[in-house]
Write a protein that binds this ligand. Sequence first.
Ligand SMILES: [Fe+2]
Length: 235
Amino acid sequence: MGIDESRDASIGVEHLDKNEPCFTELERFVVTTLEPLPDEEVMDSFAQLPDDDYLKEEWVFRKRAYARGILTEAGIEWHPDTDFFQSREINEYAGDIKRIFAPAGEVIRDYTLKLLRGPFYRHFLGNGRYHFGLHQIRIVCDGQHEGHPVPEGYHQDGFDVVAIHCFQRDNIIGGKSFLREGSPDGPCILENDLDPGVALLFNDHRLYHYATPITSRTPGLGCRDMCVLTFSLIP
Ligand SMILES: [Fe+2]
């Protein structure tokens, strides 16, 4: 069943069927599970991520890599550069800075392509052409430090659709994802922990997203591994 019309903020996980909206019809959001699940090599690739050099805090709570390209039915034509820019209007924390991230590795790029070729995304994307972005991110915390998935607070990213795929929640409390409609203070329409294997896709024009800080459940390191996929239709 389609769930993007739901107003239930404590919504669970649903599988898609043929009646799910495709890209241009996604009014709010979809929560789904995706296959194939990542193998050990994909999971290990998160441990190789370098520090995010653009944080303002001393404690480096985010590790990341990035790739972008043009996505079509034929696959992804990856761009050689990994510079990333958001205006300050969109990102108060790190806007108006040209950020050059480490390139996402082949393992996560290949796995992402497998997901995009799976039944859910094939139906969702149809035969469109898209500007596509892949952010592979690990947020870390320990007994003394929180990890901040979204230091900028409720925000939009400046794309048509954003997808947040959860890979792992290891020894953490928090890291709950939220969506609000219309403005950063608008009504909350989703609150979800996003368990591993779950993907949240939402309309980035209408909705604002955020995730709460993480803290360690038991003493020691904790982490939240995600991939953020961004899509903008090429007219
Ligand atoms: Fe975002």
